[in-house]
Every structure is written in structure tokens, then in C-alpha cells.
Design a protein around this ligand. Structure first.
Ligand code: NAD
Length: 336
């Protein structure tokens, strides 16, 4: 049995905990951490709307690590390296393996080279493995693409699109994607850094380039409003024609002044109202050309939960150090 603690009991953390509880032949949940006062001290089962399981949400990670001895911590608190590097160091210094779904940790070797080096050195010194994973970044627009290139004799250009539906998401996502703004407000939000679109293009593009040996000159990103021509409404927001229904975010990697990797992630509410089909689309120009489409797209929530949990046994068995998905055994479903 692998002893697992989950750090961050939000939307993803809850899904991860439920999935761990289902895999009770291999995984044993031994603790849950969060800073939210409404959760601390309450039984994890009760919060999930099921029977009590005798594990309460704690706020003090060191206490949990010293009393319950996890083999692995799954960290699902925040997207950014600078906000979670303290947590990562603490886990590693307690000789515990770590999986994180933080977008920037999927491949920080290009955006945060020094922090990546420190995490790798620490992990090796303390004899544990650290892995950044997730659905995107972590799988769809990087690991899956890299895997497909394994069937090519040569690759010239990569274009991929993840077209998804933001309708189920709440106010935070609506804000960071600019849904419900006017086009002017959208551009102001981008300038102020309040509207960010997708986090992960720098990571996915540099991971693909490193995997196939391309030395990129630069990675550029553009964000444009998706302006609705129809009325759209979800539980959380209303958009009238002329307003912004989402963000079309594109990342481009250049080599010899040409775009060689182009990743697109248009995210909007109710795409079907303008006949837009959601899906994951990958086009590789090479020998042979490859076109893959998955319709509808692999759902982000379930996909992230599954990736984080399925990687647990692989992380426990792996040699110490800090790794991305491109350097790990291929993911597979942990069925038990
Ligand atoms: P969420 O906001 O629902 O949950 C985050 C939880 O972490 C909250 O309960 C919060 O109280 C807790 N938390 C925050 N800081 C903490 C700290 N220092 N100590 C303890 N608890 C803390 O977010 P979510 O939807 O669960 O997502 C978690 C993170 O994972 C986000 O940053 C999200 O962007 C990222 N994510 C990545 C992927 C991917 O594919 N890589 C997919 C989904 C989510």
C-alpha cells in the first residue's frame, strides 16, 4: 500500500482524494491539508458528502508528515512555482515523494531554470522523486504530442488545438478568462494581468522542443477575445452579443524565424451555440503526417484527477530527482 497525503482540498484535491479512496487495494489516504478555515478540523468524508472516514483536514504540513509518514504528497494548491516552491522543499526535505498539478511545474526548466535545478538537487539529496503533471499542461498539448512524434521519421511542424467548454466553471475562471467583459475591458484586463487565459504554453512548447531536440529562438503568446454573436448564459454568467464569451490563447515556438510549434487553446462558454465542436486536435507535419482528433475533448477535471493519481505508483518506483512527463514512464490507468 502506498501512503498518500493530498495538499490542497479544492476542486482538484477533492477529486484526487475520492479517486485515491476508490483505489484502496493500492493506495491509502493518510492525510489532507488545506488552509481554508471552513475545512480545517472537519472529516474528509463529511466534506465529500459521504460517511466519515476518520481523517480530518489539517493545516500544519509538518505535523502531518511527522505523524502519518506519507510516501507521496499530491500538491494541488496553486499554479505558480514561486507560490509553491516552499511547499515543495518542505515535502522533499521530509523525504517524501511529490506529484504536483501546478501548471508551471509541468516543465519549469525553461521559465524557472534555477528553481528547477534546486528542486532536482534537493530531490536527489533526499532520495525522492518530484513530478509535475496534469491534463494541460502535462498531457494533451505536450506528452501526447511528443508520444505521437515517436512514430515519425522526421517532424517539420506541430499544430495542436484544445477547444473546450468553460460552462461548468465558476466565477474565478470566468474572471481569469475574461468571460462577460466587453472587448475593451478584455484588453485592459490583459494589460493589468487580471485576464490570463491558459497557463502552460511556455511549459508545453519548451517540453515538446526539448523532447525532439529543437532549439527554439523564442516563444510568443497572443490572447484575443472570443466575441459572441449570440446570447449565452451559464449558472454563473450571462453574455449578450458583442460581449466576450472566452479567450482565444495561442502560443508559438519559433526556430529559424519560423513558427514550428503552434498551440491553440480557445476557451469559452457554450461553444455549441455558435456551432463550435469541442475537441483535442493534433496535426504533425512530418514523415508521415499525423492528424489526431479526440471529440469531445478529454475533460479537464476528470483528466487532471486521473493523471495525478495514476502517476503515484510510477513516482514511488522511480529514481530520485525532478522530472517532467517527457522523462517518465508512459501514464496508464491504475485500475485498482
Ligand atoms: P481550487 O482553488 O479549487 O483549490 C485550491 C485549494 O488549495 C483550496 O482549497 C485552497 O484553500 C488550498 N490552498 C491554497 N493554498 C494553500 C496552502 N498554502 N496550503 C494549503 N492549502 C492551500 O483549485 P483547483 O481547481 O483545485 O486547482 C488547484 C491548482 O491546480 C490550480 O492552481 C489549478 O490552476 C491547477 N490545475 C492544473 C491542471 C493541469 O492540467 N496542470 C488542471 C487543473 C487544475
Amino acid at each position: 500500500m502506498i501512503r498518500v497525503a493530498v495538499w490542497g482540498f479544492g476542486a482538484m484535491g477533492k477529486g484526487i482524494v475520492e479517486n485515491i479512496l476508490e483505489k484502496n487495494e493500492t493506495l491509502k489516504l493518510i492525510g489532507v491539508l488545506d488552509i481554508n478555515r471552513e475545512l480545517i478540523g472537519k472529516d474528509v468524508g463529511t466534506i465529500l458528502g459521504r460517511e466519515e472516514i476518520g481523517i480530518t483536514v489539517l493545516s500544519d504540513p509538518e505535523r502531518l508528515f511527522n505523524e502519518a509518514f506519507p510516501d507521496v504528497v499530491v500538491l494541488a494548491t496553486n499554479s505558480f512555482v514561486e507560490n509553491i516552491i516552499g511547499s515543495i522543499k518542505l515535502v522533499v526535505k521530509n523525504h517524501i515523494n511529490l506529484i504536483t498539478i501546478a501548471e508551471e511545474m509541468a516543465y519549469p526548466f525553461y521559465t524557472h531554470p534555477e528553481d528547477s535545478q534546486i528542486i532536482d538537487s534537493l530531490a536527489k539529496r533526499y532520495g525522492v522523486t518530484v513530478l509535475g503533471t496534469g491534463i494541460n499542461p502535462g498531457f494533451i498539448l505536450d506528452t501526447l504530442i511528443i508520444t505521437l512524434t515517436g512514430t515519425c521519421k522526421k517532424v517539420k511542424k506541430i499544430k495542436a488545438r484544445r477547444v473546450n467548454d468553460l460552462s461548468p466553471f465558476g466565477p474565478t475562471v470566468m474572471k481569469t478568462q475574461g468571460v462577460g467583459t466587453t472587448p475593451e475591458e478584455f484588453y485592459k484586463g490583459i494589460e493589468k494581468g487580471e485576464i490570463v487565459g491558459h497557463i502552460g504554453f511556455q511549459q508545453s512548447i519548451s517540453m515538446i522542443a526539448d523532447a525532439i531536440g529543437w532549439k527554439l529562438e523564442k516563444i510568443e503568446e497572443t490572447r484575443e477575445p472570443i466575441i459572441s454573436t449570440v446570447y449565452r448564459k451559464t449558472k454563473y454568467i450571462e453574455v449578450t452579443p458583442g460581449m466576450v464569451a472566452g479567450c482565444k490563447h495561442i502560443g508559438r515556438g519559433y526556430m529559424n524565424n519560423e513558427v514550428v510549434i503552434e498551440l491553440e487553446h480557445p476557451q469559452q462558454i457554450k461553444p455549441e451555440l455558435e456551432n463550435i465542436e469541442t475537441g483535442d486536435y493534433i496535426d504533425i507535419e512530418g514523415e508521415p503526417n499525423i492528424n489526431l482528433f479526440i471529440k469531445p475533448e478529454i475533460p479537464g477535471g476528470v483528466g487532471t484527477v486521473a493523471m495525478a493519481v495514476n502517476m503515484i505508483p510510477l513516482v514511488v518506483e522511480h529514481a530520485p530527482g525532478f522530472y517532467s512527463m517527457k522523462d517518465f514512464p508512459i501514464p496508464r490507468c491504475l485500475n485498482q
